[in-house]
Design a protein around this ligand. Structure first.
Ligand code: NAD
Length: 259
């Protein structure tokens, strides 16, 4: 790569904690960070998928650890921070990318389901920012990337609790960006459009809905996880040094579409 780009986006030797790192999107982000020379702490509650994702990254770098966490438990965040500091000594990048969803009609949503979905995104992002953000404030530097969504506003049909949670993630991102800018900690959100998973194709996107989504997406296609990598490397690196509080759209134009 030309030296100019290498310097601009240089991430070599940085440490990233990727929460939800076993998932469809964050496993690809983790691999990309590893290829850029970043030391990876891959964190997820799904042991089997986490081990599989970690094995793939071990082919790229030996600087990878994988750790279990339930994101809705703040003590788990603290335990992961402790383990990461023991091995890697610092945290430069945090990706908050775990979470669940359900297509339950609004009148049928139970309090239990509401909490399960809301907490896996909004409360989890709060905990991640509190615990790893405190370390970044001590270091006087860090970049936090929270996973928002096109459902953060306007909200998405069939995703009631999820949309509320993602609006919360966006709001929290802006609030913390203001709060932590004086300490050199940047907080941004990534706003993916539709990057279907096996689960979403089964429970969320039938043929009619697929046509509606693609009809509302100027690029008329779904996204590929790899297409989030450029934005992640940019947000993680000093190339985005004056960017904080942003919600970066990677959505094939979905958000700008009206008629
Ligand atoms: N795929 C998309 O189209 C899309 C679009 C917009 C936003 N997003 C967001 O991007 C992020 C990643 O989505 P994805 O598509 O890769 O989903 P995914 O289901 O493949 O990955 C989510 C990961 O979170 C983990 N997880 C769930 N609950 C957890 C908990 N309580 N504790 C710890 N880990 C937990 C799961 O084990 C899974 O590995 C999510 O925040 C999602 O809302 C996804």
């Amino acid at each position: 790569m030309p030296e100019y780009l290498t310097k601009l986006f240089n991430l070599r030797g940085k440490v990233a904690v990727v929460i939800g790192g076993a998932g469809h999107l964050c496993s690809v982000m983790s691999e990309a960070l590893a290829r850029a020379g970043v030391k990876i702490a891959l964190v997820d509650k799904n042991d089997a998928n986490r081990k599989t994702a970690a094995r793939r990254i071990k082919r790229i770098t030996s600087s990878i650890i994988d750790l279990p966490m339930d994101v809705t438990n703040k003590q788990d965040h603290a335990a992961v921070l402790k383990a990461v500091l023991k091995i890697f000594k610092k945290v430069d990048i945090l990706i908050n990318g775990a979470g669940t969803n359900a297509p339950t009609p609004v009148m049928d949503i139970s309090l239990e389901e509401w909490h399960a979905i809301f907490d896996s995104h909004a409360t989890a992002t709060l905990f991640g920012c509190q615990v790893f953000g405190a370390q970044m404030i001590k270091q006087r530097q860090g970049s936090i990337i929270n996973l928002s969504s096109v459902s953060s506003g306007p909200p998405l049909s069939k995703a009631f609790t999820y949309s509320v949670a993602k609006a919360g993630v966006k709001n929290l991102t802006q609030n913390l960006a203001r709060e932590w800018a004086p300490y050199g900690v940047r907080v941004n959100a990534l706003r993916p459009g539709f990057f279907p998973t096996q689960w979403s194709m089964k429970h969320f996107i039938d043929d009619k809905r697929k046509a509606a989504i693609l009809g509302h997406t100027p690029m008329a296609r779904f996204g590929q996880p790899q297409e989030l990598v450029g934005a992640v490397l940019w947000l993680a690196s000093d190339a985005s040094g004056f960017v904080t509080g942003s919600e970066v759209h990677v959505d094939g134009g979905f958000t700008c579409m009206s008629i």
